[in-house]
Design a binder for this molecule. Sequence first.
Ligand code: PLP
Length: 348
Amino acid sequence: MSIRADLAQIPLYAPPTLEGLSLDLRDNVNLWGAPPSALASLQSASAALLRDYPRVSASALTSALATQLDIAPAQIVAGCGSDDVLDACIRALATDGATLAHADPSFSMVPTFARLNRVTPIAVPLRADGAMDIDGLLATRAPIIYVCSPNNPTGTATSRAELLRLFDEAPGIVVLDEAYAEFTDAHDLRRAAAERENVLVTRTFSKAWGLAGLRVGYGVGGVDLVAAVTKARGPYKVNAAAEAAATAALTHDEAWMRDVAQQTRIQRDRLAAALRGRVGVSVWASEGNFVFVSLQRSAVELAARFRTRGIGVRAFTGLTGIGDALRIGAARPAETDRVIAALDEVFA
Ligand SMILES: *Cc1c(COP(=O)(O)O)cnc(C)c1O
C-alpha cells in the first residue's frame, strides 16, 4: 500500500464535535430554518425518486437557475455543496506546476482543495485595513486566483468595481466565492461571470437558503470553463432529493429567503453593536451572516466561556496579521438577546 506522502501535510477537516450546545453559532447556517417548499418537497418524496439515479448534472436545478439569471443552462455547474464545485474547478485547472493565490485569512478549505489537486496555494495577507489585497493577488501572476466576498471569516466585502478590475487584469481564472452574497448589496457577479471566459462565481444553498444539510451549491461562468468543471466534478453529485428540494425552494421561496436574509442583517448588526467598545475587542464590518471580532485576548478562553452558557462560537488562533478572533453567527431575535445577555460575563 502506498498512500500519497503529501497527504500527511494536508489537514483533515475535523471541527470539534461539541455536545450540549443549545445555540450553535459556529457554522454560519440559517438559524431561521429551511424554506417551507423544500421541506414539503422532501416530505412528499416518492420511492422512485430514491430508487432511480438522479439527473446526471442536476439539469432541473441548473435550468431553473438559468431562467432566473437569464443565462444558458450550460453556464451553470451544480455540485454537492459549493465545496464540490470549488474542488472540481481547481482540479479542472490543475496543470503541471499550477498555483492558486488566495487571501489570508479566507475560506480555509481552498488551500486544502488546492493541495489535494496538486496545485500550490499562495497565501496573500489581507491589507492592514482588512481589505482584500487585489493588487497583491494579481502580483502573484497565479493562473488561479480565489477570492471570497463577503470574506469568510472576516465578513468584509470587496467592491464590485474592484472585483471587475480583478476579472479584467487576472492572468488566468478568477474564482469568486459569493457564499454570503445574499446578505449584502455589494455585488452579484453571476451574470458578469457568464459573460466572460475567465471567471467562475460560486453560490451555495447552505447559508441564506437554509439548506446546508442537503449539500447543494453551484458555479456560474463561461460555457468552456463550466464544461471543464462539470467534467472534473463527475456525475450524480447532486442527489435526487436535494435537487428537487433546492429547485422547489428556488422556484417558490425566494421571498422567504430574502426576508430571512434581511432579518439576519438586522440581528447581525445588533450583535455587532453590542460587541463594539469592549476592551481588547475590534469588531469588523461584516456583510455576511456573522460577526467577526479580532481580540487582544485568548479566543479559546472566550469560546469556552460561551460554551459553558450553551453557546457555540468559532475560535480562531494565530490568523495572519490578526491573531486571535471569534466568528459568531447571526441568529433570531430571542437567540441574539441571549448572546448579548452573555457578553458582559464572557468579556468580563
Ligand atoms: C459556507 C461556505 C461555503 C459553502 O459551502 P457548501 O459546500 O456549499 O456548504 C462556501 N464558501 C464559503 C466561504 C463558505 O463560508
